[in-house]
Design a protein around this ligand. Structure first.
Ligand SMILES: C[S@@+](CC[C@H](N)C(=O)[O-])C[C@H]1O[C@@H](n2cnc3c(N)ncnc32)[C@H](O)[C@@H]1O
Ligand code: SF4
Ligand code: SF4
Length: 364
């Protein structure tokens, strides 16, 4: 008999190379940087209707940095300027960072202008603002991927992770999306759980409950105290792939070093003033990349202790009707019968799952 699918997660073995390999650290020569970033986080709003204790921005409710940070939204006009520059590269767009994207008062306009430009859009949401109207909008606009952060299987645990007891509201949000979509392909719908001490014991039950109900389940490790708690980085450290793949834009146009720079303490420049290319190839981003290429990540305090650089490689396993994709940080349980909407543009820095499916078809 096969072990439970979740047992596959036990210690992460060295993984197969990703289709976009992590840049190898050989000489101090600069590594190639794409002309435009392939993945863009466009933070539409700074606010959130929850205060999850784990959240690096909203979790510390007495954090003095919050005072100037909150109550900001990106305007549709400013976003348009960025999209017009990006459109040539067709990056994967994620309309949020450490906030609830649906709280932007012009959310629909923002998404509409992304989709009008043929961009692929994927988001995480806490689900609280997914009413029937919003579910219909996301289906009609052919939003590409929505992951609802559910994080718990019981209301007691939900209270500890998300500060609310109403697990039923989150289940209703997922059900609304599934009903609105029906047999249509879009959006791809998933749920996620960020693992931490208070919910780790519910991990298996979460996967078992949700895999029959949605297209994909994502389990991720928590980032806390400057690193990810649930894994130990394997292998020799390499320049962080995030610096070559992801542009994290705040509501005011300032660019963070990466999404972990939630309060924009490492400002790479401003895309509203200098344009995307001006920042992406600008002196600050370039100097950060050079430090990584020379192995001097300890000169960047946030990078010194961070282990995300090791989580870009993945391996695929085919099991029990699921394509299980594991990185050090995340495990995705993808329903094989619902893979059609996991299209190429949603793969991000990952590769095509069909490779593993073909292999397993040959084996079985
Ligand atoms: C920051 S939230 C933003 C979107 C939305 N507000 C939500 O909660 O889904 C995106 C994802 O990050 C996860 N997350 C929150 N705090 C985290 C942390 N400290 N480490 C890793 N993931 C975290 C959340 O569980 C969520 O799935
Ligand atoms: S819902 Fe998302 S953004 Fe809001 S506090 Fe929780 S993790 Fe942070
Ligand atoms: S090492 Fe960590 S903090 Fe530094 S750029 Fe990469 S993800 Fe961000």
């Amino acid at each position: 008999m096969n072990p439970p699918i979740t047992e596959l997660e036990a210690p992460i073995a060295p993984v197969a190379p990703a289709s976009t390999p992590a840049p190898a650290r050989t000489a101090a020569a600069p590594l190639p940087v794409p002309e435009l970033p392939p993945r863009v986080l466009l933070d539409l709003v700074t606010d959130c209707n929850l205060k999850c204790p784990m959240c690096i921005v909203h979790g510390g409710t007495d954090d003095p940095r919050l005072k100037d940070f909150l109550k900001k939204s990106m305007t549709v006009e400013n976003a348009r300027q960025v999209l017009d520059e990006l459109v040539a590269a067709k990056p994967l767009m994620m309309p949020g960072m450490w906030s609830e994207p649906l709280m932007n008062p012009n959310f629909k306009e923002h998404i509409t202008q992304m989709k009008q430009r043929g961009l692929t859009v994927a988001m995480n949401t806490n689900g609280l603002k997914i009413n029937e109207d919003m579910a219909k909008f996301l289906v009609d606009i052919k939003f590409d991927s929505v992951f609802v952060s559910v994080d718990a299987t019981t209301s007691e645990t939900l209270l500890k992770v998300r500060g609310i007891k109403r697990l039923d509201l989150l289940h209703q949000a997922v059900a609304r999306l599934m009903t609105a979509r029906g047999d249509r392909p879009h959006p791809r719908i998933g749920v996620s759980m960020t693992l931490q001490a208070v919910n780790r014991h519910e991990r298996d039950a979460f996967v078992e409950f949700w895999t029959p109900r949605v297209d994909a389940v994502r389990i991720g490790e928590i980032y806390e105290a400057g690193h990810f708690s649930g894994f130990v980085a394997a292998g020799e450290r390499v320049p962080c792939p995030s610096l070559y793949s992801t542009l994290a834009v705040n509501t005011n146009g300032n660019v963070s070093l990466c999404c972990l720079d939630g309060f924009n303490e490492y400002n790479m420049g401003n895309v509203f003033k200098d344009g995307v290319k001006g920042v992406w190839h600008g002196p600050k981003f370039t100097s950060m990349r050079r430090l990584h290429e020379r192995g001097q990540w300890d000169k960047i305090p946030i990078c010194k202790t961070c282990d995300r650089w090791s989580s870009y490689q993945y391996e695929d396993l085919v099991r029990d009707g699921l394509l299980v994709r594991r990185t050090a940080e995340y495990t995705y349980y993808n329903r094989i019968d619902r893979l059609q909407n996991w299209h190429k543009e949603l793969h991000g820095t990952h590769g095509d799952p069909a490779v593993k499916l073909k292999e397993s078809a040959v084996v079985s």
